[in-house]
Write a protein that binds this ligand. Structure first.
Ligand SMILES: NC(=O)C1=CN([C@@H]2O[C@H](COP(=O)(O)OP(=O)(O)OC[C@H]3O[C@@H](n4cnc5c(N)ncnc54)[C@H](O)[C@@H]3O)[C@@H](O)[C@H]2O)[C@@H](O)CC1
Ligand SMILES: [K+]
Length: 496
């Protein structure tokens, strides 16, 4: 498990740290780590470090200061270093002096001989010669899209990039990218990850994130990310004394006579996720029975028998019968995971919420369009949007994406930064609903159940896409994802 902290939390922690440790000492510690990772990358790409060339992109703040100090440490290893100063008059003075004393060169990014991009001739030359570029344009205090000169420089880079703290152009708080932005090979960050490293475009732009301890005491994180080991340790498996009933019985209300696929995928996922019993209730009972003989299938919810949770929604339709299914499930007073048509129904008819038992956990798992129907466009700050909607509706809300966000009504937020979109295939959401339903039936806390399910679902998709998890990927459908769920569960349990 690891956390991500907001820029504000990091700045507060820095202020407390500076009461004990002088600021320049902290900066040197941070910059030294940047130099170490840069040297490693140089070695990987050029089979050496000495006599290689590193170009620094240096902005107006301490992020640029880190880059300049890193340049000094690289000089000690015989690296040629050129700093391109974006705001020469505001450059970190001590950093600039130390680089120059170590034999590094510093020039204005917008120097003489500039072409229409505004980049000076020497600066353009230094970018072209670079074996590795260090991005010290902007870090924690980034505001809005990159300014034109910074954007032009970023656009021009062809060498692998080491980003200092955050890739410039990525919003530190939301991970949103709204214009040109650095795509780093490695991001070296300090004290703790920021939301920008684990959310949306920022997740992809950060490359490998290297965390450096600079002595910050950060407190409770804004976001929590579960590891394979966390998920594996908590995943319910039968104890020697369990029975099919004691592990939780999940009910599935999904699909229709004409669209049995959703019923089969949701039920199949519930079968694979845990060992308890699965009941199906709905018009696709025959196809479910024939595809999944272990399922007890009936035509209606009232005939289904006792369950501990309901997985409901995929393929039930948004007409009168879908409405009735939802109403019955909500009135049953069990934990519910609602997806797809359930979300559309709840968004369209607020009176349906009245059927809900306030003591029973309710989870909703929208994709972006369904979320918009329920709570409006999530915009760039998805965490805030999901957190507010979870609070407003008193539900656990899971917003799907390459980093899936799970918010509880009390404000806790989990993120699953899968960083890939292999699960983006028709029917994949049905599988997720079945997994969550099964975990709810086992008695897991509904926020954690969503986090576990999102993690295993994304892993199952990438295992299915790449065969054994090693090779390159090939497109998959939801059936392949479903079949890979047991392998994903084995993988996380092996890590625990
Ligand atoms: N405070 C500290 O002691 C430490 C800070 N560290 C570094 O300091 C950074 C934070 O430093 P600062 O608070 O000085 O701020 P930054 O260096 O993140 O940014 C400051 C400057 O960037 C410019 N800027 C803002 N948005 C921009 C945009 N969209 N395009 C182009 N330029 C833009 C502004 O002119 C602003 O003054 C961290 O990210 C980290 O790299 C590290 O040295 C660790 C210790
Ligand atoms: K940066």
């Amino acid at each position: 498990m690891y956390g991500a902290w907001t820029p504000e939390q990091v700045r507060d922690a820095e202020q407390r740290l500076f009461e004990r440790v002088p600021e320049p000492t902290v900066m040197r510690r941070a910059a030294y780590a940047v130099a170490v990772h840069t040297a490693r990358l140089l070695d990987e790409h050029t089979s050496g470090v000495a006599a290689r060339h590193v170009t620094l992109l240096v902005g107006a703040g301490n992020n640029g200061g880190d880059a300049l100090w890193a340049g000094k440490f690289l000089r000690r290893r015989g690296v040629g270093v050129t700093a391109l100063l974006l705001s020469p008059e505001k450059t970190h003075a001590a950093g600039l002096e130390t680089l120059r004393r170590a034999g590094g060169r510093a020039i204005e990014a917008a120097g003489p001989g500039a072409d229409t991009s505004g980049i000076g001739a020497d600066a353009a030359d230094a970018l072209e010669r670079a074996d590795v570029v260090i991005d010290g344009i902007v870090g924690l205090s980034a505001r809005g899209p990159l300014r034109p000169l910074a954007a032009e420089l970023v656009d021009r880079v062809e060498a692998p990039i080491v980003a200092v703290d955050l890739p410039s152009g990525v919003d530190p708080l939301t991970g949103a990218v709204d214009g040109p932005a650095v795509s780093a090979q490695v991001t070296v960050t300090f004290g703790g990850r920021k939301p920008g490293h684990v959310l949306g475009a920022g997740l992809v732009r950060s490359g490998g994130v290297e965390l450096v301890d600079i002595g910050l005491d950060l407190g409770e994180p804004e976001l929590t990310v579960l590891s394979d080991a966390d998920v594996g340790a908590g995943w319910p498996v039968p104890s020697p004394f369990d029975t099919k009933y004691s592990q939780g019985v999940v009910g599935v209300a999904a699909g229709s006579a004409n669209f049995p696929g959703a019923a089969v995928l949701t039920s199949g996922a519930a079968v694979h996720a845990t060992s308890g019993m699965v009941r199906y209730a709905g018009p696709a009972a025959d196809p479910v029975r024939s595809r999944l003989p272990e399922i007890v299938a009936t035509g209606s919810i009232t005939d289904a028998g006792r369950v501990q949770s309901w997985a409901v929604g995929p393929g039930i339709g948004t007409g009168a019968s879908g409405r009735e299914v939802l109403r019955q499930v909500l009135e049953a007073g069990r934990a519910v995971c609602g997806d797809a048509d359930v979300i559309t129904l709840l968004a369209g008819d607020p009176t349906l919420w009245d059927a809900r038992d306030p003591d029973a956990p309710l989870v909703l798992t929208p994709h972006e369009g369904e979320f918009a129907r329920l709570a409006g466009d999530p915009g760039g700050d998805r965490v805030t949007a999901v957190r507010e909607a979870a609070r407003r509706y008193d539900v656990v809300l899971l917003l799907k994406g390459n980093s899936t966000i799970v918010a509880a009504p009390d404000g806790r937020v989990l993120v699953n930064p899968a960083g890939h979109a292999w699960p983006s295939t028709a029917g994949s959401g049905d599988v997720l609903t079945g997994i969550i339903g099964a975990l709810l039936a086992s008695g897991l806390d509904s926020w954690l159940a969503c986090g576990y399910a999102a993690h295993v679902h994304a892993l199952a998709a990438s295992l299915a896409a790449s065969g054994d998890g090693q090779g390159v990927g090939a497109p998959i459908g939801a059936s392949a994802l479903l079949e890979a769920v047991p392998e994903a569960v084995r993988t996380v349990r092996a890590a625990a």
